[in-house]
Design a protein around this ligand. Structure first.
Ligand code: MG
Ligand code: ZN
Length: 209
């Protein structure tokens, strides 16, 4: 709740980006920084068990980043994000992406103080992920289906996946994208702009459990 309050005071839109490993979170953020970074400042907290590789990719794309290594841990928690915020000190009215550890299980259960969870699934993983990991998809404010440029080569039906995601989270917004080709990313940028507007017009309300 401290994280949420501080982020609200700074009017920072914090998005907790989750997926299984290899769904394309970092590639999507690289494209987003290049595509949206002229509009508003972007900063990234990178969560991985080991290495600084993703933070280096984010910096190369033009945004500030801090890497959090969780060691044996399988998710980010609010205290890790709190310390990362001190190190990163993102600008007021920026967009903060928190790239979680690749894992569709326990990140669903940890509130980092974010505005929304964005769950990324890719078409190479199978369309049944929302049914197998319902808690993650139920917690999502947005589902991105990534790597749609590969649909001709894999057995993945978008409409079936939409149906599965909505069976665990009725009404959730779902956007098909390709972080490598750029297909669909304008709708993702529009979603970010809309959520930034929602945030700017909202007054801070502590979350009750
Ligand atoms: Mg990554
Ligand atoms: Zn975990």
């Amino acid at each position: 709740d401290e994280n949420r309050q501080w982020l609200a005071e700074q009017a920072i839109l914090a998005l907790n980006v989750t997926s299984s490993p290899g769904a394309g979170k970092t590639t999507l953020l690289e494209r987003t920084i290049r595509g949206l970074g002229a509009d508003r400042p972007i900063a990234v907290i990178e969560g991985d068990q080991e290495t600084l590789l993703d933070a280096e990719r984010i910096r190369a794309a033009g945004a500030r980043a801090v890497q959090v290594n969780t060691g044996a841990g399988c998710h980010l928690d609010a205290d890790m994000v709190h310390r990362a915020l001190h190190a990163l000190n993102p600008e007021p009215q920026s967009v903060l992406f928190i790239e979680n550890v690749g894992n569709l299980v326990c990140p669903a259960l940890f509130d980092l103080g974010e505005h929304s969870k964005v769950v990324v699934i890719s078409v190479t993983e199978g369309q049944d992920k929302p049914l197998k990991y319902p808690h993650m998809f139920a917690a999502a404010g947005l589902v991105l289906i990534n790597k749609i440029d590969l649909i001709p080569y894999v057995n993945f039906d978008l409409e079936t996946c939409f149906g599965y995601a909505r069976s665990v989270n009725p009404g959730v917004e779902i956007l098909p994208v390709s972080a490598t080709s750029g297909d669909g990313v304008d709708a993702w940028y529009d979603w970010i702009r809309t959520e930034s507007g929602v945030l700017a017009n909202a007054s801070y309300v502590p979350k009750t459990r």
